[in-house]
Design a protein around this ligand. Sequence first.
Ligand code: TMP
Ligand code: ASP
Length: 236
Amino acid sequence: MQKTELLYEGKAKKIWSTEDANLLISEFKDDLTAFNGEKKDSESGKGALNNKISTELFKLLESKGVVTHFVEKLDDNHMLHKKAKIIMIEVVVRNVATGSLSKRLGIADGTALPFVLVEFYLKDDALNDPILNDEHCLILNLVDDVKELDILREMARNVNSILKPFFYEKGLNLIDFKLEFGKDKDGNIILADEISPDNCRFWDVNTNEKMDKDRFRQGLGGLKVAYEEVLNRILK
Ligand code: TMP
Ligand code: ASP
């Protein structure tokens, strides 16, 4: 399958059309951004690592019955996937408090949450991705009805219930992650975007070492080594 037209360029991926109206190609870029694009860099090989990691995780989720947009990995930086109309909500799942949750609510960094927390954020860089409640989602027409929000929550929890034990067995604590969903040609909600250390937090179970984009956000260095380690553990 060949790329035809560039449809969209985001911070971490380019999205291309193909000869098949129902299929798109994502090109994973080496660019790194944080704090809504305020901090920028590039790490050669990062895009290929995220493509590999996402491919493995989409395959795992599909094998457990989660419907995703994934079709196949084409080469190092390209993934073929179904076309889906992206729901403009960033669905964040949290097992442990850190990042913006700790900052906003004053929960000590690293505190295990008493239950899995699912949050919605508006996918809008210009507004700095504000947090949303159900009514905000309906007012903004981000979904058709509250039932669709329940589907997002249920799918997100299901993804967590698959990925959290999978990573724990590999010596990684899945702290939190961000998912995006879309509607396929039949209107079904499917898991889209990517699942990689760019949008998940992984802490080593023994050392609590950060193995994700926080290495870049916090200027810790060693980002590529960490992403390679995540991939190696997934493949183990
Ligand atoms: P946060 O603690 O900064 O809100 O991040 C929660 C999770 O969402 C974390 O795994 C990183 C991920 N994330 C994204 O994928 N994109 C974003 O724009 C932000 C802010 C977070
Ligand atoms: N994805 C956002 C950015 O690229 C924020 C983040 O991941 O920290 O700026």
